[in-house]
Structure formats: C-alpha cells, structure tokens
Design a protein around this ligand. Sequence first.
Ligand code: SF4
Ligand code: SF4
Length: 342
Amino acid sequence: MSVNQLSEDAFYNLIDDLNSKGTTVVAPVRNEVGMVQYEKVTSSKDNFAFDEVIGRYSPKDAFFPQHETVLRYREGENGVEVKAEEPEINDTVLLGIRPCDAAAMISLNKVFTWDYIDNLFTERRKKAVIISIACNEADESCYCTSVGFAPDGKEGSDLLFSKIKGGGYLAEALTDEGETFIANNSTCFSKKDKSVELEPIAEVTDLGVNIEHIKRWLDKKENFEHKVWDDLAAKCVGCGGCTFVCPTCHCFDLVDEPYGDQGKRVKNWDGCQFDHFTLHASGHNPREHQPQRWRNRFHCKFKIYPDRFEKKGCVGCGRCIRVCPVNLDITEAMIEITAMES
Ligand code: SF4
Ligand code: SF4
C-alpha cells in the first residue's frame, strides 16, 4: 500500500474539495460550549479540533444514528402496508477520528452483520472512507495499549494520517478504499519525502491488566455472582452516560409511533445501564439492581464480544471514565479482576 504526504494547506483544501464534490465530511469540531464532537463540516473554516485527545461522543453515529426511522406503515383496505425507510446515503469521509474509534467500527460492524444484516449501518459503512489521525497526546483516561490497541493503530481505518514535524501529515493507505481515495484526490497528496520526520506518538498508561485472564475469570460460573460487582457498582446512578459515549455500545430499541391509521417505527439508542432496559411487561426485571447491570456491561466488553465475534468490546478510549458523574472507572474492575485467581 502507498505512503504519501500532504501539507497543512492541502489537508484543509482536501476538506473543501470533498465538500465541493458533494461528499459528506465528518470531523472533530469544537462546539459553542467548548465540547468536541464529530460533526458534518462544510468548509475548511469550521471550528476544527483535530488536536483534541478525543471527542466527547464517539463517531459511531455517522453509521448508527442516535435516532432514526426504519419503516413507515399504514392500515389500508387490504391490511397493513409496510414500507422500509430508504434514506439517501451519501459518500462520507470520517476525517480525523482516533485509531481506537476506527478499531471500534470493526466491532460494531460485527454486531450489525451478525444474525441480521442491518442495511442502514452496512450501507453507510460501505459508502464511507475512514481516515484516522495517530494520537500524539493521550490523557489519564486513555488505555488503548492495555487492551491490545495502539495510539497509531491501523485496525479499522482506510487511511492513517500521522503528524509530520513542522506541519502536514504522512498518509498511509491501509485498504484498497484508502488507495482509491488517494488516487481520487491526488492533487492534495504528494510522494513521501525521504527526510520526513514524524511527531512522537502518544505515551499511553499501561494499566498492567491481563485481558485473557479477565476473560477466563468471567468465564467461571461462580464469579457471576461475585461480590466485586456490588463493591464496584454500588455508586452507579444508572445514568447511561457510559453506554452513550462508548464507541462499541450498540444497543437500541425499536418503538412504533402511531398516528391515526398510520405510523412509523423508530430506532433509538438504548443502554444496558438503564433500570428499564430489561424490564419485562410482567413487571419482572432480570437485572433488577444496578450491580447486575454494571456486570452485564463488563461482560459485554470482555466476554460476550470475544465469545461471539472474536473481537474486543473495549478499545480503551476512556470515554466512559471521563463522562461518569460519580467517577466510576471500568479500569478499577479490570485491575481488581486481574489480581484475582482465575
Ligand atoms: S468501555 Fe469505556 S473505554 Fe472501553 S471502548 Fe467503551 S467507552 Fe471506551
Ligand atoms: S456513566 Fe457512571 S453512573 Fe452513569 S451508568 Fe455509567 S457507570 Fe453508572
């Protein structure tokens, strides 16, 4: 695969060029309250935040929106007519997401193509090019290296950009789609200069955890009701913030919204930390208490994802730690379980 480079100016020209061709560009932007989010950008003059460690929310909603209509229905003379929603899906470039978020897209893709192909997710992914920028800075919540990823990791990206000392980026194509992207935007790229020097890659704290050991521990039936869940999750208020910001959390709810003889079915993000997430119509709730919900989230990341998809459910982005209003830290559970016998 080819390695090219682009200057700082060419990087911003690329955003304008893509927009002028009608491509949707999603990039990290600082909003009016100072929060960095991944948003559709329309010009190189937008309030970009490519140097921010990571956005508050993950970029997953580019493929899996927080809310969308999936079908519409109408009661007619011959029964109920159902029409799947077919939104226009534009060519999209996710520009400047972090390598951990790109890796998370592979895990999400596994879920949405598992026992049912989610056309809306898969079509959006097919029409997108993912360009990550390697991290030159990490904060105290980042722990990608402890779960097998890296600040300059290549998993899930079509292109990896790395900052060049003095300005601009090295552009490494990682897939055929990445290679085609460079060919289609060749005016912004030039051949790699031999003397090019990269900015140092971020140093990420090593938690000293053992993911395989954690998995073995979770596999043991007797640990399902272990008191560690009560101890760790006692202060969780069930706000669901951790699930909404997580790039691999994928739960959603389907709700019918009727009006008269017609209506629509909508798909909304849901979260396993909400008390009503597993509430049955009978009133029974198999995860009645917050520690059970917290255990489920931990199992999902470190046991269910690896068992079902041979992928990790956690990429170490640290968002759940940053967002938690009661400072609950998933790495405390990882460290504590690593110290226990499996
Ligand atoms: S569990 Fe936390 S650290 Fe892991 S991917 Fe989700 S938000 Fe990031
Ligand atoms: S963000 Fe914190 S308090 Fe909210 S559900 Fe997650 S762990 Fe619980």
